[in-house]
Design a protein around this ligand. Structure first.
Ligand code: PMV
Length: 330
């Protein structure tokens, strides 16, 4: 099974002709509370473990996808044309190859990002979710969201969770074709749960999450303990979300992130996304917690830290940290 087989299977009864010239959509980004780290199938982005995320509803990308008569795709990010030999262009164009039902057209993708690109704030997640939503609209498929999540996963694993607002779970699934590796919303209404991001660097990360996770799977002796740990954390987190148990959820999330980073540090050579400032920030969180503030953090494949806290502590948190963005599910 390769990506094109999956696309053909999902779209066999659907239109292969665009119903309009362009579609404009918005897709939010998401940050994992229980991380996806490691693939059991690299082609189809099938994960070793399930994951749980929070969508930052108002941070994401506004994308317009158009069918154009050209000999190559055109991509713009925040108005700037992207060079064809960048990894962004190559990844997006290779993904769009899956949807070139008639060989005589290309796509123009015009993305306005509301978040810094490649700064560990999951811009690829909203990017691919937006492309999939735009394709669904362009071809008038009206696919169920779980099926859109399968298509988004083929672009970037974590993108499958960006089809939902609020909390989401991506079930790892068992099947070789990944038809059961889908994301769905976790039913909850918890506007008090906040996530705030502290940006320490906007620089491109030293190693992509795609390469970093594979290298960890291949060389880290700590990785063996990860899939089961992540599965247990997902179950406990879903329960904590449903019960709105903040300290349980947030401490699980912090521990899950540190565990994931420990598997990376044990890779050979190590995969390290931490800056000295990241460590200083973690220590500040631990100190404030010892002093009584209910604050926790999570961290992805980049140096930035995302803080977890409750809405009533927002002002206090803002006094201690410069929040580049925050979300409270309003
Ligand atoms: O979907 P990718 O290839 O960008 O990988 C995402 C990896 C993490 O952000 C570290 C974890 C996650 O679940 O989002």
């Amino acid at each position: 099974m390769n990506k094109i087989d999956i696309v053909n299977q999902l779209l066999q009864d659907q239109s292969h002709t665009a119903r309009q010239d362009q579609a404009s959509v918005y897709a939010p980004t998401n940050i994992a509370l229980s991380k996806y780290w490691g693939k059991r199938n690299q082609q189809l982005h099938l994960p070793m473990n399930s994951s749980v995320s929070l969508t930052l509803n108002q941070y994401g990308c506004d994308s317009t996808l158009s069918i154009i008569d050209s000999d190559q795709d055109i991509m713009l990010v925040n108005g700037d044309r992207i060079d064809t030999n960048t990894s962004f262009y190559k990844k997006a164009s290779a993904f769009l190859d899956l949807f070139r039902f008639s060989s005589n057209y290309h796509f123009q993708l015009d993305t306005q990002s509301r978040i810094p690109i490649a700064a560990g704030l999951a811009s690829s997640a909203c990017g691919f979710a937006a492309i999939v939503k735009a394709l669904d609209s362009l071809f008038a498929w009206q696919l169920p969201t779980t099926q859109l999540s399968i298509l988004a996963r083929l672009g970037s694993g974590s993108a499958c969770r960006s089809l939902y607002n609020g909390f989401a779970v991506w079930h790892k699934g068992q099947r070789d074709d990944g038809m059961d590796s889908v994301a769905e919303a976790i039913d909850s209404d918890w506007p008090e749960f906040c996530m705030g991001a502290v940006l320490l660097s906007k620089k491109q990360k030293p190693i992509s999450s795609r390469q970093g996770m594979q290298h960890t799977v291949d060389t880290s002796s700590l990785y063996a303990a990860w899939p089961e740990k992540a599965e247990t954390d997902c179950r406990a987190m879903i329960k904590a979300i449903k019960e709105k148990h903040f300290s349980r959820l947030a401490s699980l999330a912090e521990n899950n992130a540190l565990f994931m980073h420990a598997t990376m540090q044990a890779a050979q050579p190590p995969v390290n996304y931490w800056l000295p400032e990241s460590v200083a920030l973690m220590q500040k969180v631990w100190r404030l917690r010892r002093e009584g503030l209910a604050i926790y953090f999570t961290m992805d494949a980049g140096p930035n830290i995302k803080l977890l806290y409750l809405k009533h502590d927002h002002d206090t948190v803002s006094e201690h940290f410069t929040l580049a963005l925050h979300n409270n599910l309003d």
